[in-house]
Write a protein that binds this ligand. Structure first.
Ligand code: IPE
Ligand code: IPE
Ligand code: MG
Length: 260
């Protein structure tokens, strides 16, 4: 753990957005490691979820400062319902408390809140509070903050396929754009950068369709400790990468032309 802290601590201070070229438009984060953060301090897992949820505010602010337009945060997977009942109900309670506490500030900062996944498993009052928050912030345009709650990529794809079939769209007319339109993310660009914290190297059913050409960044830092500098480091790493989408690099294309 010490080396993780040292590494995070030695990163440069948050730079103004204009000093980084090629900032990703859409960053999606798999906020993992709350349980291990708590365990490493001898605390109950829910203390980790409290700390992890509190971290959302500073990362959202940092994302805005870096010039990120779309930030998607995965808070709870469809598979996470299989956890012990006390943990699940604690997470749901924390979601409600966080919304109460943070909504005004998010609105003031111009964040537009969205949700992907299902709200069906939430108590009616909380479901309505989430919908009201989405409505309240609908016109905001500084940052689109999408909360993935009770979200799983395969379930999303399955629901889209069912709707496409139910709509009677002829198979020959179904293309990639049709599928895009039926996903929860129909009004979001695909994520340019997906970050997963806590040293796990997998996507765990996140944005299965949308991640086809995302750049992936895995950080060893546990989510409650993943700070603005860590986000900046991920963005800088992204800005140095070359995305080829199946093509060759501009340099390789030039050399091929010259040799012809
Ligand atoms: C991520 O942290 C939050 C949720 C999945 C709800 P975890 O709770 O998965 O933390 P670890 O992976 O057990 O450390
Ligand atoms: C993925 O983390 C879901 C979220 C971070 C919300 P998990 O902790 O549930 O994933 P696995 O079980 O390690 O793959
Ligand atoms: Mg986990």
């Amino acid at each position: 753990m010490a080396s993780i802290r040292e590494r995070a601590g030695s990163a440069p201070a948050l730079a103004p957005a204009e000093s980084i070229e090629n900032v990703p438009e859409h960053v999606a984060i798999i906020m993992d490691g709350n349980g291990r953060w708590a365990a490493s301090r001898g605390l109950p897992r829910l203390a980790g979820h409290e700390a992890g949820t509190s971290n959302i505010r500073r990362i959202t602010q940092a994302a805005g400062a870096l010039g990120i337009r779309y930030l998607t945060l995965w808070a709870f997977s469809a598979e996470n319902w299989s956890r012990p009942q006390e943990e699940v109900s604690g997470i749901v309670r924390i979601l409600g408390e966080t919304l109460d506490r943070e909504l005004d500030e998010l609105h003031r900062q111009g964040a537009q809140l969205r949700h992907i996944g299902s709200l069906e498993g939430l108590p009616t009052e909380l479901r309505n509070a989430v919908l009201a928050a989405i409505e309240l912030t609908r016109e905001n345009d500084k940052l689109v903050l999408t909360l993935a709650f009770d979200y799983s990529g395969r379930q999303e794809l399955l629901a889209a396929i069912r709707e496409i079939v139910a709509a009677g769209i002829p198979p020959g007319e179904i293309d990639e754009a049709t599928i895009d339109r039926y996903l929860f993310t129909h009004d979001l660009p695909d994520p340019d950068l997906i970050i997963r914290t806590s040293g796990e190297f997998r996507l765990s059913n996140f944005l299965v369709w949308q991640s086809a050409y995302s750049e992936l960044y895995f950080s060893p830092v546990l989510w409650p400790e993943f700070g603005p500098r860590d986000l900046e480091e991920a963005v800088r790493d992204f800005s140095r990468r070359e995305r080829r989408f199946g093509n060759v690099s501009a340099e390789a294309a030039r050399m091929t032309r010259e040799r012809a």
